[in-house]
Design a protein around this ligand. Structure first.
Ligand SMILES: CSC[C@H]1O[C@H](OP(=O)(O)O)[C@H](O)[C@@H]1O
Ligand SMILES: Nc1ncnc2[nH]cnc12
Length: 289
């Protein structure tokens, strides 16, 4: 039977206040992976169910390195989310990606360090493909939606994730440009990896807030600049999500990402760790039961 859409949204910098959902209710979701960034707000937009989680917690209390990405994805999966949208502030590494514009990120490079990057591990090994980390179907709808909302949207872009919390040196910024990266942030990893492991189609709408540090005569990034641009454009991001809800087909069409784990598990049933299996009841229960 076709499942209805239930859209999870992880709101980044400047978006902790939420989406303005109808009939919104806040719920505390417990996860075996620890505390999520905060309570999940559930509600509706145009007849579609949404669950919203502020990535940095209420009042932006969590730096990127302290976000419990596993708990966040697990909590949203436990809520019954079928698809996931990430809203993020990013710096630009290309002249053409100007502050105030949106980017539908389609490729990513991981430069984070020391974050826990998988739900799986000793006792339950899985290898999922991340060649195409973003769901093209969700991305296409997001692009259309952000344009309808009045945003200028780049339909592709490569995101490099740094550990932070400091912004990059000029040499790093120039290096990432040479690698072909278009935008830079601190949070897409391991979020995008974990979403795939949890069989959640994921798409990312990034809002350009600054030009990072590569421009010869310009000053480096200041956080205040990022927050000011996000504040000025948060309403546009919310409007894009509203338009996205209106564009969704009435019935959810199954995605190949829904069954990622069918071919990913490496550990033989007899060698599986029962404690791991219990922790992964939401993320991987579909293939473990
Ligand atoms: C406040 S500037 C740096 C901060 O903003 C971005 O957050 P998010 O991706 O959650 O919007 C960036 O990744 C840093 O965490
Ligand atoms: N220049 C930048 N570097 C890293 N993360 C960011 N988030 C917003 N702007 C950023």
């Amino acid at each position: 039977m076709a499942r209805s859409w239930h859209i999870g949204v992880i709101g980044g910098s400047g978006l902790a206040e939420g989406l303005g959902l109808d009939n919104a209710q806040e719920i505390a979701v417990e996860s075996p992976f620890g505390a999520p960034s905060g309570p999940v707000t559930q509600g509706w937009l145009g007849g579609v169910k949404f669950s919203f989680l502020p990535r940095h917690g209420r009042g932006h209390a969590l730096p990127p390195s302290a976000v419990n990405f596993r708990a966040n994805i697990d909590a949203l999966k436990r809520c019954g989310v079928t698809d996931l949208l990430s809203l993020s502030a990013v710096g630009s590494l290309q002249e053409a990606y100007a502050p105030g514009q949106f980017v539908a990120v389609d490729q990513l490079i991981d430069r984070t360090q020391g974050r826990v990057g998988s739900f799986f591990g000793p006792g339950l090994v899985a290898h999922v493909s991340l060649a195409d980390p973003v769901c093209p179907r969700l991305a296409e709808l997001l692009i259309q939606a952000a344009r309808q909302a009045g945003g200028m949207v780049h339909p592709t872009g490569t995101y490099v994730a740094i550990e932070g919390p400091q912004f990059s040196t000029r040499a790093e910024s120039r290096l990432y440009r040479q690698w072909g990266a278009d935008v830079i942030g601190m949070t897409a990893f391991p979020e995008v990896r974990l979403a795939r492991e949890a069989e959640l189609p994921y798409a990312m709408l990034a809002m350009v807030t600054d030009y990072d540090a590569w421009r010869e005569d310009a000053a480096g990034v200041e956080a205040a600049e990022v927050f000011a641009i996000m504040k000025a454009n948060a309403a546009l991001a919310r409007e894009a999500v509203r338009a996205f809800a209106a564009l969704l087909p009435s019935e959810r069409v199954a995605s190949p990402i829904d069954t990622t784990l069918d071919t990913a598990l490496a550990t033989a049933p007899a060698a599986r760790d029962s404690r791991m299996m219990a922790m992964l009841d939401a993320v991987a229960g579909r293939v473990l039961r």
